[in-house]
Design a protein around this ligand. Structure first.
Ligand code: GLU
Length: 482
């Protein structure tokens, strides 16, 4: 049987890193087995679901390259299927109406708390007689539908990541609600999450349910539903959670959690997806840390996924992103950087080759696309701001003479070439009888206000093409002699 997996996000927020990582594992598993990856939008929570979140989830998955083969399917378009399943479970005696009021349930929980018992439904309406039911109906009570869970039942499954997992029926909180109370119509209302998921996974012939370990208790309940519906139980695989530095589940409190946030922070989709793959999985050759989704898919299997939570490591993500930035073709990177320059208000009406040269010069310094704003600010500044160490250098004896001679040299050339630049540095070194290093440092301090930065000759050439080197050298001279 061919592999069919799915990602089933609820559109109650933007695409979350945890969901995206689950999507990565599903995508890799599907592609490893030439299977099918299904997208299902679990939008039954009308109060919290929004169309814009569905759009965000779809565009986020596409941006990451996690394309799906079928769907998106929407649970709100499948409600009648869930109703049918509720009816089947009622007809076959696996489910029953429960007429408890919210007040009665609260009271029950209070009593359980007072007695030091775990809170849960005590199955009090499991065996109502027809007369008792009628009496509740006569009071105008609308029942929820509950699915029977035997306390002494032990639910065991072979998890593809966690090996054997077992749950005791008594730890599932009593008979579970599978359908809300009816609002307008007679019998019962909308089916709830666990039932809808099972009905869909059966219908969509899902062979492997790969999802976060926060769903383990749901899995125990869902297995009971598969049995009651007489359906084949898929293979379950519960992936480890993504943890913050303190070892707690990564959440909004950690700053960013949505894929949009990562995009805005300047991460590349191929780097982010590469990093997410490593959150819980390693390449068989564990020294290989930079790989495409396709390369990972060729090797991916669930038995190499860790059971332990995966700590989110910003330095590692930065490093992986930098590897992609440093090896990306210059024209492609330039296209990606242009919006950042524009957003920073930098004037980028220079010709394309100037921009590409600037890209090539700064690419090795970038960890994130956003770094380019700071790393190239000096090329777009009207005025140089001198750091303290640059100013100290510029005020050393002999530096003014060095700069004066460079100014004279620059003024006598039209457009500077690399050879001109090097010849001029050599000439000044010789005639001023100073070390070459001093000439270089003086030049860098004058042009950029710093003592450190990318290749000096290239920096100078780019500034020269803007006509900015002459003004900056002149301004430096005025400043140090004034
Ligand atoms: N809709 C669920 C969620 O967003 C996922 C359900 C599942 O994968 O079974 O957490």
């Amino acid at each position: 049987m061919s592999v069919r997996v799915r990602i089933a996000p609820s559109p109650t927020g933007n695409l979350h890193i945890g969901t995206a990582r689950t999507a990565v594992f599903n995508w890799l598993y599907a592609h490893h087995h030439q299977g099918t990856f299904v997208l299902r939008i679990e939008d039954t929570d009308a109060a919290r679901s929004r169309l814009e979140y569905t759009e965000n989830i779809k565009s986020g998955l596409k941006w990451l390259g996690l394309t799906w083969d079928e769907g998106p399917f929407f649970q709100t378009q499948r409600l009648d299927k869930y109703q049918q399943a509720v009816q089947t479970l009622l007809d076959q005696g696996f489910a029953y109406p429960c007429y408890c009021t919210p007040e009665e349930l609260d009271e029950m929980r209070e009593t359980q708390k007072a007695q030091g018992k775990a809170p849960g439904y005590d199955n009090r309406h499991r065996h109502l007689t027809p007369e008792e039911k009628q009496a509740f109906e006569a009071q105008g009570r609308k029942p929820v539908i509950r699915f029977k869970i035997d306390s002494d039942r032990q639910i065991i499954w072979q998890d593809a990541i966690r090996d054997s997992v077992s749950w005791q029926g008594s730890d599932l909180g009593g008979d579970m609600v599978i359908a809300r109370a009816a609002e307008n119509y007679e019998h019962y209302g909308q089916a709830l999450y666990n039932l809808a998921v099972v009905v869909d996974d059966i219908d969509m012939q899902i062979t492997h349910v790969i999802r976060g370990e926060d769903h383990i208790a749901n899995t125990a309940k869902q297995i009971l539903l598969y049995e009651a519906l007489d359906a084949e139980i898929p293979i379950f695989a519960h992936s480890p959670l993504i943890l913050n530095q303190e070892g707690r589940k990564l959440s909004k409190r950690d700053g960013v959690t949505s894929i949009d946030d990562f995009r805005k922070m300047g991460f590349l989709p191929q780097a982010l997806v590469n990093y997410m793959t490593l959150l819980g999985w390693t390449f068989p050759d564990s020294t290989k840390e930079i790989f495409t989704l396709e390369e990972a898919a060729a090797e991916f299997d669930l038995d190499r996924v860790n059971k332990a939570g995966a700590k989110f490591d910003w330095d590692k993500l930065d490093w992986i992103n930098s590897q992609y930035l440093h090896t990306m073709p210059v024209d492609q990177l330039t296209d990606l950087l242009i919006p950042y320059w524009q957003e920073a208000g930098y004037k980028i009406d220079q010709d394309r080759s100037w921009l590409e040269n600037l890209t090539a010069l700064t690419a090795p310094t970038l960890n994130r696309l956003t770094d380019v704003i700071k790393e190239t600010s000096i090329f777009f500044a009207d005025k140089v701001e001198y750091s303290d160490e640059a100013m100290n250098l510029l005020q050393q004896a002999g530096v003014a003479e060095v700069i004066s001679e460079i100014v004279a040299g620059v003024n006598s050339t039209e457009a500077l070439t690399e050879e001109d630049a090097q010849a001029l540095i050599k000439q000044v070194t010789k005639s001023q009888k100073v070390k070459k290093g001093l000439v270089m440092r003086s030049l860098r301090a004058s042009l950029t206000g710093e003592l450190h930065g990318p290749d000096l000759t290239q920096t100078w050439l780019l500034l020269n093409q803007l006509g900015a080197d002459k003004t900056r050298l002149q301004e430096t001279l005025t400043k140090i002699s004034g």
